[in-house]
Design a protein around this ligand. Sequence first.
Ligand code: AMP
Length: 285
Amino acid sequence: MHVFTRNSDIHNALANDKRLSKSIGFVPTMGALHDGHIHLVKKALEVCDCAVVSIFVNPRQFNNANDLAMYPRTLENDISLLEKVDCHYLYAPDESEVYQNEGIQDWDFGNLMKTMEGEHRPGHFNGMLSVVHQLLSIIQPHHLFMGEKDFQQAALVRCLLGSHHKEIEFHLVNTVREPDGLAMSSRNVLLSPNERKLAMMIPSALKKLAACSDLTSCVQEITSVSEGLSNSGIKVDYLQLRNEEGLEEITHFRGAERYRIFFAGRVGKVRLIDNMPLSLSQNTR
Ligand code: AMP
């Protein structure tokens, strides 16, 4: 695997591949890689001739200085995980290289950007969209791979592709989970053993709600499930039923839409998010 830290170096290497008509798949990450990330890389390798992974802990998307300071950084281990799956390129720039002379950009994708994580992490999506836009401009991939775990992020990046990078094909990749159901996350290593046990209540809660036979019972159960999490010591930011299209909160049946349950909250000091699609047999009331 080739490891680059300079925009011009990765750009030149990829220009060569593109001249040879090779397709480029891109997986942006913040490192501390786990099997969820590697699953995305494997998908990129299935679809494309070359896979590029970026590792960049983007300060502009952290709305909390402590969260940024605590974020795990494991570059040596990340490199060996990527080499094991025969990833072609790792791009690991520093902040000045990524942003060059770009000032802060203001993105506006309406309610999709303001709700859920937009509300609870002010500035987060603006920083995320800025870095993804910069990285896409440097790498100019044919395909982009992102995880369903960060569903709202993926929805916003889809909007970004629609407005600024129409030529890139988007792939949403399913969430990889630990055996007890907890969604893999770089932040999981920050959980104490007790917090780790508590955290498995999150996927259990989502699974219970996702299995509701109709929307009314799902909406009715949300309050008691949320209270159950809170009473166990999880600080729930939100546990909500939303439609997939616009991420609007749903309180009653609205027709043949796809629905999903979204969770965000804190276990100890560690903020976790997760979501699951509703498995209604028909979209029934
Ligand atoms: P991150 O390093 O947390 O910014 O994540 C980089 C990419 O990996 C994003 O597209 C995430 O949605 C995706 N990702 C993170 N965790 C998982 C997981 N457990 N399963 C699948 N994809 C994931």
